[in-house]
Design a protein around this ligand. Structure first.
Ligand SMILES: [Zn+2]
Length: 324
């Protein structure tokens, strides 16, 4: 599929990569989220678990509202995926929220998919911090339903598909911003095979659910069965994919949340009708969806932001290849 993508859409990964140097992507992530959520990030020298970690205070109107730590590059023996880790629950007037991203991005040029992952994980991070002014720890930060937990992060992924946003930080070695025409082709290529990839995701969801409820003696056969009925992409025999499926322990039966949250994430984007950097929409999103944390049902938060209950229309259009 990769070769086809390059020839059919004229998107060469090495060309795309030349616009995404880690240091400028970092500046981009911080700038974009600072503008969206009316915060600033101040680099602070604090003791952490490794010298690679960069720590920032999250500040609004001169007040510190939380602290984040970014541990972003691979090293021997480190967690080898990308995730947001909770450190301290924010309790209003008593404890500032604190969280960390642990990722494995290159120090130089990044793949666009990695930039997307950076925005995704940062979506969890800002959720953790902005929802960190609660009276009770149980409602603080990402204390929301599993059905919704991936929605803020998957929504923020959309910012890396917007030429206007990308051109604020994606520049090549000559300082030229990423061409709009290239971003258009990237968006087209991204839609290619989308439904097929979603079917693989549905396979992961089926495996996660059925291994949890059935507890089979023969894990391999049950796993192969659920991929077989979900996707036309055949499993490799003897691959034992379940053995490296980390979500099976972290998310249990809830892998389905990636698609269910995506239904909500696609709908949330319709609340940004003035564009992804529209300040009024972003402020409303922050107030109605992120800041309440787990203090209200997620469906109610989403309905407050959208002015109606969420529905599957935007997700269905996205499945068909459309993007707002
Ligand atoms: Zn996530």
């Amino acid at each position: 599929m990769i070769a086809k993508r390059a020839s059919r859409f004229a998107v060469a990964a090495q060309e795309v990569r030349s616009y995404f140097d880690y240091e400028s992507v970092l500046v981009g992530v911080l700038d974009v989220t600072a503008r969206l959520f009316e915060v600033s990030y101040e680099l602070v020298a604090v003791q952490t678990w490794h010298e690679d970690v960069r720590s920032y205070d999250v500040v609004r109107a001169g007040n510190r509202i939380g602290r984040i730590h970014l541990d972003m590059h691979p090293r021997e023996g480190k967690f080898n995926h990308a995730a947001c880790f909770h450190i301290a629950s924010g309790i209003l007037g008593r404890v500032l929220p604190e969280a960390a991203l642990v990722c494995n991005f290159p120090r130089g040029l990044m793949e666009h998919r990695q930039v997307q992952t950076f925005f995704h994980e940062f979506g969890h991070l800002v959720h953790e911090i902005l929802a960190g002014r609660q009276e009770w720890a149980a409602f603080a930060g990402i204390a929301t339903e599993w059905d919704f937990v991936e929605a803020p992060s998957q929504m923020l992924e959309e910012w890396v598909w917007d030429a206007e946003v990308l051109r604020t930080f994606a520049r090549n070695a000559d300082g030229e911003p990423i061409p709009v025409a290239l971003v258009d082709r990237m968006r087209e290529a991204d839609a290619f095979g989308r439904a097929l990839l979603v079917r693989t995701q549905l396979g992961h969801a089926q495996v996660s659910y059925h291994l949890h409820v059935n507890r089979p003696a023969d894990i391999a056969t049950l796993t192969a069965h659920w991929y077989d009925v979900s996707t036309p992409v055949a499993c490799l025999e003897g691959a034992h994919s379940y053995a490296s499926f980390g979500h099976l322990t972290a998310y249990g039966a809830s892998y389905y949340t990636y698609q269910w949250s995506l239904v909500i994430a696609r709908d949330l984007l319709s609340g940004f009708s003035g564009g992804l950097m529209d300040a009024a929409s972003a402020a409303r999103y922050r107030r109605e969806v992120l800041e309440p944390g787990g203090s209200r049902a997620a469906a109610d938060l989403v309905a407050s932001f959208l002015g109606r209950p969420f529905n599957v229309d935007a997700y269905r259009e996205w499945l068909g290849g459309a993007r707002p």
